[in-house]
Design a protein around this ligand. Structure first.
Ligand code: ZN
Length: 94
């Protein structure tokens, strides 16, 4: 009895798995798109898309940020967006 019940159970599981995978596919695609967008605007795993990280004077900007220089001053001195400074510090790109 258990010999017959087992394969059927596995089969049912595989069918359920396929249905689930079909439902998840569009979600996974949307997730990939959102992760790509986050990289562009400075999401969790940004760094490459961050204006400050790509800045030639990045180490000087980091030093200024660490020393407590105001965002406004750094922004005008190094010609970066204050928003980018905010994201860079907030996400701790180091
Ligand atoms: Zn950064």
């Amino acid at each position: 009895m258990s010999e017959k019940a087992r394969p059927r159970g596995i089969h049912a599981l595989r069918v359920a798995e396929k249905k689930l995978a079909a439902r998840l596919a569009p979600i996974e695609r949307a997730l990939a798109v959102s992760q790509a967008l986050e990289k562009l605007v400075g999401g969790p795993d940004a760094g490459t898309g961050c204006e400050v990280c790509r800045h030639p004077d990045r180490s000087a900007i980091d030093a200024a940020l660490a020393s407590g220089t105001s965002d406004r001053r750094i922004a005008s001195e190094y010609d970066v967006a204050r928003r980018a400074l905010f994201v860079h510090r907030r996400k701790r790109h180091r």
